[in-house]
Every structure is written in structure tokens, then in C-alpha cells.
Design a binder for this molecule. Structure first.
Ligand code: ATP
Ligand code: MG
Length: 327
């Protein structure tokens, strides 16, 4: 199976990104033909400081490798290194109904959060995402639950194109894990954990122990004191139980039992100490990679070359299907 997924170089890679998406990527790379892309062009939909942006992009690649991606087993590349992404996005723009884009949850959320910068790119973000995926004819797209709507739209775009111009694209499937597909914010457990939400709302995969303790102790729970898994009634507590269960590799039932009759402080402390322990290898690997500029450049160069060769083949087919004259 061809697999593709991406991540924005905004903020730091957090528990949600890892449990919902990257953990799957690490497993899939062993058996499938995988491409993972740092979507720097998508990140431009929020304002970036150019100098920091270059650094953040490089750091995101380091973080992905630290989290377990192996450049020998998968292709890692930057979206902006393959021009075909924007070219195909333009073509998809011409067959995508504006109304479909306007009803996307991410568009609505991000416009609400960013009233002073509701740019056209924020609206057409899922069109570029469809191009990211379909350019590589990816059958599987491992993502968190928040991206399901966008993958559905990707399928719609593929279908529309195929109907109008003849079979060209596969209909990609979202690969969503049964647990961890939607890790909630520590500040507001009714909202998903997001990189762009600022630091106290999320714990990064590379967070220092003291900071993990602080954030966990401040995590929002509820006015009760029962430790039970019930996302509707107890979103904060359920989120903590989910995180514990996934990192400890124990069932939710067992974790619930383990903390039965104990206070919220004990649960928070338990999660904090478990995270400190489990995240240590990620921290170590990232520190080591932060000094290896040349190695990273090589990975990206090699990744772009591989990605480009697939993307160019797809675009040749697309251009000819559309009746665009060859140069
Ligand atoms: P931003 O706030 O900048 O959109 P993000 O945290 O949503 O950042 P993305 O780069 O948009 O991160 O998404 C990368 C991957 O992580 C996607 O597959 C997405 O579905 C997944 N993901 C993001 N947040 C969560 C979460 N809270 N729980 C599970 N998966 C998540
Ligand atoms: Mg996001």
C-alpha cells in the first residue's frame, strides 16, 4: 500500500500528534511504501516569522526522526520542495465547490481563532491537502480524527476529477486508530490538543520533566472526584486515562481500576511520571540530531528527489487528461 501523511511545522510535536498520527507512521513504514511530508506551505496560512520558520521546519524533521521515522524506511520531504503540490492544488481548486470548503470544521475553528487573518489559503487548505495526497496516489492516509473531514473531501475531489476526465486518481482511505485519534487539550478538554494553541494546552514529545509535571498538575478536570472513563461527562479525566493507557500499553479498564478510589492529584502525578519516563528516549534523540545539519540536508534532498519523481509522473497524466498542451 502507498501511504502518505503530513504535519505542519507550527509549534512543537505534541502528545496528540504522536498518539493520533506519528505512532501509526512508525509502524506503517516497516511494511508499506510510505511518504511523510512536512507541509510548510500549509503553515503559511498563519503568519510566520521567516527566520524562525526555517528553523521550525528543520526542527520538525528532526522531531519526526526522533519520534521513530527512519529515513531508510520511508521518504521524508518538504512540501515546498515539490512544485507539483501547488500546481495540482490549482487544478483541484477549479473543481471544488466553495460551499464544501466553507463547511469544514478546521476552517471554521481557525477563522474564529484568527479573526484578523482569515486568508483565502485557510479556506482552500483542504484542496492543497488533497493535492498532497493524490499526487502520490496514496491509498492510506494515517491521521487523527480531526482530519477525517478533509480526507472525505479528498475522496470527493478524486471522484469528481475521475468522472470528468477519466480514471486518474485512487480514492484514499483515512487510517484512524481506535484509541488516541483525538487527544484533548489540557486547558480545555472539550477541544482537541493543537500545536497552534500555545504551550500550556499541550505537552510536547520533547518536554522537560519539570514542565511536564507543572502542566499535568494544572490540567483541567472537573468538580467531581470519581476516576472513570466517560468522555462526554468527564472529558479531562478521560483524556488523562487515555494518555496513560496508551503510553503504559495497558487497557483503559485496567488503568481505571489502578486509579479507582484515588484522587485526581494522584492520577495527574501518575500520568506525569509515566510521561517523563516514556518520553526520555525522544528527548535524547532530538538533542543528538540538533547538531547534525548535513545529515538532515541529505535526507531532505534525497526525499525531495524521490517524491518529485512520483509527482511528475502524476502531473504528466493530469495535464494530458485536461488537454493542456505539452511544452
Ligand atoms: P495546528 O494547530 O497547527 O493545526 P495540529 O496539532 O493540529 O497543529 P497538524 O500538523 O495540523 O497538528 O496535524 C498533524 C497530524 O496530527 C494530523 O494527522 C492530525 O490529525 C494529528 N493530530 C493533531 N492534533 C491531534 C490530536 N489532538 N489528537 C490526535 N491526533 C491529532
Ligand atoms: Mg491541525
Amino acid at each position: 500500500m502507498r501511504v502518505l501523511s503530513g504535519i505542519q511545522p507550527t509549534g512543537q510535536l505534541h502528545l496528540g500528534n504522536y498518539l493520533g498520527a506519528i505512532k501509526q507512521w512508525v509502524e506503517l513504514q516497516e511494511q508499506h511504501d510510505c511518504l511523510f511530508v512536512v507541509v510548510d506551505l500549509h503553515a503559511l496560512t498563519s503568519r510566520q516569522n521567516p527566520k524562525e520558520f526555517s528553523k521550525a521546519t528543520q526542527e520538525k524533521v528532526i522531531e519526526l526522526i526522533s519520534a521513530g521515522l527512519d529515513p531508510e524506511q520511508c521518504v521524508i520531504f518538504l512540501q515546498s520542495h515539490v512544485k507539483e503540490h501547488t500546481e495540482l492544488a490549482w487544478i483541484f481548486n477549479t473543481i471544488t465547490p466553495v460551499a464544501e470548503l466553507q463547511r469544514m470544521t478546521q476552517y471554521k475553528d481557525k477563522s474564529k481563532k484568527n479573526k484578523e487573518n482569515i486568508n483565502a489559503g485557510l479556506l482552500t487548505y483542504p484542496v492543497l491537502q488533497a493535492a498532497d495526497i493524490l499526487l502520490y496516489q496514496a491509498q492510506g492516509v494515517p491521521v487523527g480524527k480531526d482530519q477525517l473531514q478533509h480526507i472525505e473531501l479528498t475522496r470527493l475531489i478524486a471522484r469528481k476529477f475521475n468522472n470528468q476526465y477519466g480514471k486518474t486518481f485512487v480514492e484514499s482511505e483515512a487510517l484512524v486508530l481506535p484509541e488516541g485519534a483525538k487527544i484533548m487539550s489540557f486547558l480545555d478538554p472539550k477541544k482537541k490538543m493543537s500545536k497552534s494553541d500555545g504551550l500550556p494546552a499541550y505537552v510536547s514529545l520533547f518536554e522537560e520533566p519539570e514542565s511536564i509535571r507543572k502542566k499535568l498538575m494544572r490540567a483541567t478536570t472537573d468538580a467531581g472526584k470519581e476516576i472513570v472513563y466517560n468522555p462526554a461527562r468527564k472529558p479531562g479525566v478521560s483524556n488523562l486515562l487515555t494518555i496513560y493507557s496508551l503510553f503504559a500499553e495497558q487497557s483503559l479498564k485496567d488503568v481505571e481500576k489502578q486509579f479507582q478510589g484515588k484522587g485526581y492529584a494522584t492520577l495527574k502525578k501518575g500520568v506525569a511520571e509515566l510521561l517523563i519516563d516514556k518520553l526520555e528516549p525522544f528527548r535524547r534523540k532530538k538533542k543528538e540530531l540538533m547538531t547534525r545539519d548535513l545529515y538532515l540536508k541529505e535526507i531532505l534532498k534525497h526525499g525531495a528527489r524521490k517524491a518529485r519523481s512520483i509527482a511528475e509522473t502524476t502531473m504528466q497524466d493530469v495535464r494530458s487528461k485536461l488537454g493542456l498542451l505539452a511544452p
